[in-house]
Ligand binder design. Structure first.
Ligand code: GAL
Length: 810
C-alpha cells in the first residue's frame, strides 16, 4: 500500500505572498504522482472466469456492494505482478507470425480478437490519504490508457475512457477514504484497435491524484493567448472557476506572470466572483508585457501565468501554466511565417513508440527524440494520428519544435467531438502547437458531403475553443476540391506532391501543406535488397507506389514559396506497418532514423538541406572484401557547393553539388580510405570513411552521465562495436550481454533491425541484445538512491565496455 507523498504548491505560495500581498495561510492544492506500486494481471475477453468473472457478475446493478468481485477493495491481488506505470504490456509479448492484416499492421504482437488472453489488462492500485485532507476535492487523472478503460474506486464505478490517446480526469471526492486504504481498479480492453500501427496497451502514461479546495480551477480551465503589438504583447488570461461547495461562494481571482527565471513581471487586479453552488464562470483578464520575449525555434522563451483563486482571504487554488508569445501566419502565396519571419516547415510524422519500451516512454525519452529530430534540422512534428503525450508537447515547447496536433478520427459523433474538445482544451496553451489536424485519410468520406459536414462541425469547435489557430486535414487526394478540401482552411497533401502545383493554380487562395511526404523505405546499414530478411537498401532509392523519394518532394517544397513545407513519413521507424515486406519484418522502414533513433543515410540528405551546419557524409561503408575491384555506388550528402572524392589519396573527380540533391560516384572497390573534400563558400570541409579491422571492442556512449535519483529519470546508452582503432565495424552483429549494478534498472533494449525477433525486454539479470550493423541501444531508468551505477556490456571474444552514471538528488 502506498502512503502518498505529494508535490504541493505551498512553497510557491510563500514566495507569492512575500511578493504580493499578506495572505493568510495557503490552503495548497496537491498533484501527486500515482505512477508507482500498481498490480497487474491479464484478464480474458473470451472466458469470463479467466477475466475475474467480469461479465458473469452484476457490477452495475447497485452503486457498490461487490464484496467478492474484482472491483472490491477486499479482492486479494497479492499474487499479481508488481509494476509501475507508464506500462505497455504489449512490448513484452512475443512476436507471432500471422497472415492477418491486423497483426501485420500492429507489428505481429498477439493483441486483438484472436488473442483474448493478452488483450485485457487489469490494474489495481492501493493508496491512503491523510484525514487532514478530508475536506478537499479529489480527482484522479489518467494521461493516457490504451484503451477502452473502465475505472472504479473503492467499488464505485467512476467512468470509462474510450480513447486510447486522450487522457481523462474523474472527480472521486465522494468515494475517498481517509486514513484507511483506497483501491483503484482499472480494466483495460485493447481488443479493438484504433490505428493501423503499433499502439501498445495498458496505462502507458502518467497517473495523478489531484486534490484542491472545492472552489477551484478545473482541468483545462485556463486559456492564455497573446497579441503581439510591436515590441510589446497583450496577454489574455481566461480562467474558469468552479464552485463545488453546497453554498454560494464569494471569491476573488487574479493572475500574474513570471518570466523564464521565475521573476515576477505583472499582475492583474483582483476580481470578485460570486458563484452559486455547482456553477462555474469564466473570468477574462488582460496583462500588458513590455519588451515581450517571443517564443521561437532558436529561443523557445516560456513565461508562466499563475492564476490564483481566493476565498475568505485564503488562496484556495492556483494553477501554473507555461505559455509562449509568438505570431503565426499562413499565406497561400508566400508560405508560413513565425513571428513575421518566413519559415519552411521541415517536419516529420511520428508514432509514439521507441525501441525497447514500446509506447511507455519515460519523460526523458520525449526530450531525447525531439533533440534528435532538431539536430537533423526538423522544425515541426505531426502527432500522427492521435493526441500526443503531454510530455511530448512540453519537450516541444522547451526545445523549440512546432507541433501539428492531430485528432484521431474525422468524426463528429458526440464521442469524437468530446475527444476533439478535450484535445484542444488540453493543448491550446502550448506555444509549440501551431496547427490542428482534424483527421487523416478518411478515404470513404473525405470527398463526400459527409466529409464536408463533419469537417465543418469540427472546424466550428476549433474556432470556438481556439480562435487563434487554424486547421488542416491530411488528405490522400490529388488535385481534387471535393468534400473536406472545400472547407479546410489549409489543404493537406498526403503524398501526391506532383499534384500540388495544379491544385495551387486552381485554388490560389488556400495555403498548402505536405502532411505526409517522401517515405523512402531504407534499412540502416544495408546496401542490397533482401526479400528473405526483408531489408531495403539504405539510400534514397526505394519508395512505395503511393509515396516518393526525399529528393522528389523536398525539391518541390523547398523551391516553391506557396508550399508551407511538409512532414516526412516518418522521422523514426515505428513498430508495425512493415513495408514493402511483411513477416519476418515487424516494423516499418519509413524512418529517417531507425526505432532506436540511429540515423540512416537519408538523415544526412535532410540535414544538408534543413540546417546550416556543415554536412559532408559518405556512404556506404567501406568494408567490401567480397567485391574487390567491383564498382560501388558511392553517395555523398552535403550542403557544400562542390565536393571532390579521393580513394586512397587518388582524386575521383570534383563535382558541383546541385541544391537539394546529392552527388554520386561509381568507385571500383579497393580497401583503404575514401575521403571527401567539400568546398563551401570558400571554406574547406573534409570527411572520410575507412575499411575497418576485425570487431574487437564494445563501446558505450551514454546520452547523460548524471541522472536524477527520482525513480523516473532515464538515459539512453548507445553501444557501438569497433575495431582496435575505435572505428565502428559496419556489419558487426555480435550478441551483447548487459550487467547493471547500482540502484537502476534496464527498461528496454533495441538494435534497429526491422526483422529482429529478439525480445525488447528481458528477465532481470539476463539482459542481452545483438548489435545490428555495428550498433544497439540500452535504456536505463534511475532508482531513488544517490550514488553511482555501472553498466557493463560483454560479448564473446570482444573487449567489454562499461559506463558509469551518477545518480544525484533532484
Ligand atoms: C499513409 C497513412 C499513414 C501510413 C502511411 C504508410 O497513407 O496516413 O498512417 O499508413 O500511409 O505509407
Amino acid at each position: 500500500m502506498q502512503k502518498i507523498t505529494t508535490y504541493s504548491f505551498a512553497k510557491l505560495s510563500v514566495f507569492i505572498s512575500c511578493l504580493l500581498v499578506n495572505f493568510l495561510a495557503v490552503n495548497a492544492q496537491e498533484k501527486t504522482s500515482l505512477d508507482e506500486g500498481w498490480k497487474f494481471h491479464f484478464g480474458n475477453s473470451a472466458h469470463p472466469e479467466k477475466d475475474f468473472d467480469y461479465g458473469n457478475t452484476l457490477l452495475l446493478h447497485k452503486s457498490n456492494v461487490f464484496e467478492t468481485t474484482i472491483i472490491s477493495p477486499k479482492f486479494v491481488d497479492t499474487a499479481w505482478s508488481k509494476i509501475n506505470v507508464p506500462h505497455d504490456w504489449v512490448v513484452a509479448l512475443p512476436f507471432v507470425k500471422s497472415s492477418t492484416h491486423e497483426m501485420d499492421s500492429h507489428g505481429y504482437k498477439p493483441v486483438g480478437g484472436l488473442y483474448p488472453e493478452t488483450s485485457i489488462g487489469w490494474y489495481r492500485k492501493h493508496f491512503t490519504v491523510d484525514k487532514s485532507k478530508s475536506n478537499k476535492r479529489f480527482e484522479i487523472q489518467f494521461d493516457g490508457i490504451y484503451r477502452n478503460a473502465a475505472i472504479w474506486i473503492n467499488g464505485f464505478y467512476v467512468g470509462t475512457n474510450f480513447s486510447g490517446y486522450l487522457g481523462k480526469s474523474y472527480d472521486i471526492t465522494d468515494y475517498m477514504n481517509f486514513d484507511t486504504e483506497n483501491v483503484m481498479v482499472v480494466r483495460v480492453d485493447a481488443t479493438q484497435s484504433e490505428g493501423w500501427f503499433y499502439e501498445g496497451a495498458g496505462i502507458y502514461r502518467h497517473v495523478w491524484l489531484n486534490s484542491t479546495d472545492k472552489i477551484f480551477i478545473p482541468e483545462g480551465g485556463l486559456f492564455v493567448h497573446s497579441e503581439v503589438k510591436g515590441k510589446n504583447a497583450i496577454v489574455n488570461i481566461e480562467t474558469t472557476v468552479q464552485n463545488n461547495t453546497f453554498n454560494t461562494s464569494n471569491s476573488t481571482i487574479y493572475a500574474y506572470i513570471t518570466d523564464r527565471n521565475g521573476k515576477f513581471i505583472a499582475k492583474t487586479s483582483e476580481q470578485k466572483i460570486t458563484l452559486a453552488s455547482a456553477k462555474n464562470t469564466i473570468v477574462k483578464q488582460k496583462l500588458n508585457l513590455n519588451n515581450a520575449h517571443l517564443w521561437s525555434l532558436e529561443n523557445p522563451y516560456l513565461y508562466k501565468v499563475i492564476s490564483v483563486v481566493k476565498s475568505e482571504n485564503k488562496i484556495v487554488h492556483q494553477t501554473k501554466t507555461r505559455f509562449g508569445i509568438r505570431t503565426l501566419k499562413f499565406d497561400a502565396q508566400e508560405g508560413f511565417f513565425l513571428n513575421g519571419k518566413h519559415l519552411k516547415i521541415q517536419g516529420t510524422n511520428n508514432h509514439q513508440d521507441h525501441a525497447g519500451i514500446g509506447s511507455a516512454l519515460p519523460d526523458y525519452m520525449q526530450y531525447y527524440r525531439i533533440k534528435l529530430l532538431k539536430k537533423m534540422g526538423s522544425n515541426a512534428y505531426r502527432t500522427s494520428h492521435h493526441a500526443p503525450t503531454p510530455e511530448l508537447l512540453e519537450a516541444c515547447d522547451s526545445l523549440g519544435m512546432l507541433v501539428l496536433d492531430e485528432q484521431r478520427l474525422l468524426n463528429s459523433s458526440p464521442e469524437y467531438i468530446d475527444q476533439f474538445e478535450r484535445l484542444i482544451r488540453r493543448d491550446r496553451n502550448h506555444p509549440s502547437v501551431f496547427l490542428w489536424s482534424i483527421g487523416n485519410e478518411e478515404g470513404g468520406i473525405q470527398k463526400t458531403e459527409y466529409g464536408k459536414k463533419i469537417a465543418q462541425s469540427l472546424l466550428a469547435i476549433q474556432k470556438d475553443l481556439d480562435p487563434f489557430r487554424t486547421s488542416t486535414y491530411a488528405a490522400d487526394m490529388g488535385n481534387e476540391f471535393k468534400g473536406v478540401n472545400e472547407v479546410i482552411p489549409i489543404r493537406g497533401f498526403n503524398y501526391r506532391e506532383y499534384a500540388v502545383a495544379d491544385y495551387h493554380r486552381d485554388h490560389p487562395n488556400q495555403p498548402l501543406l505536405g502532411t505526409e511526404m517522401g517515405s523512402t523505405v531504407t534499412t540502416r546499414g544495408i546496401y542490397e535488397k533482401d526479400s528473405i530478411r526483408a531489408y531495403v537498401p539504405d539510400q534514397d532509392i526505394t519508395a512505395p507506389w503511393w509515396a516518393s523519394k526525399a529528393e522528389t518532394w523536398w525539391k518541390l517544397a523547398a523551391e516553391n514559396d506557396y508550399w508551407l513545407g511538409g512532414f516526412v513519413w516518418t522521422g523514426f521507424d515505428y513498430r508495425g506497418e512493415p513495408t514493402p515486406y511483411q513477416w519476418p519484418n515487424i516494423n516499418s522502414h519509413f524512418g529517417i532514423m531507425d526505432v532506436c533513433g540511429f540515423p540512416k543515410n537519408i538523415y544526412y540528405y535532410y540535414q544538408s538541406w534543413w540546417t546550416n551546419e556543415d554536412v559532408l557524409h559518405i556512404s556506404p561503408h567501406w568494408n567490401w572484401p567480397e567485391k574487390l575491384g567491383e564498382p560501388i555506388d558511392v553517395w555523398v550528402n552535403s550542403n557544400a557547393d562542390g565536393v571532390e572524392l579521393f580513394l586512397n589519396g587518388k582524386s575521383l573527380g570534383k563535382k558541383a553539388m546541385p541544391r537539394n540533391s546529392h552527388l554520386q560516384w561509381q568507385v571500383n572497390y579497393e580497401p583503404g580510405t575514401l575521403e571527401a573534400i567539400g568546398y563551401k563558400k570558400g571554406k574547406k570541409i573534409t570527411s572520410k570513411i575507412e575499411t575497418t579491422g576485425q570487431v574487437l571492442i564494445v563501446v558505450l556512449s551514454p546520452d547523460k552521465n548524471l541522472l536524477t535519483a527520482d525513480g523516473k529519470d532515464a538515459t539512453v546508452i548507445n553501444i557501438s562495436l569497433t575495431d582496435e582503432k575505435g572505428r565502428e565495424v559496419p556489419n558487426a552483429n555480435n550478441m551483447i550481454s548487459f550487467y547493471l549494478s547500482g540502484d537502476a534498472k534496464i527498461i528496454g533494449v533495441g538494435n534497429g533491425d526491422p526483422s529482429s525477433h529478439e525480445p525488447d525486454q528481458c528477465k532481470v539479470g539476463a539482459w542481452q541484445r545483438s548489435a545490428f550493423n555495428g550498433k544497439c541501444q540500452v535504456i536505463i531508468q534511475a532508482g531513488k538512491s544517490v550514488g553511482s551505477i555501472k553498466l557493463e556490456a560483454k560479448s564473446n571474444g570482444l573487449q567489454s565496455g562499461s559506463a558509469i552514471i551518477n545518480l544525484v538528488k533532484s
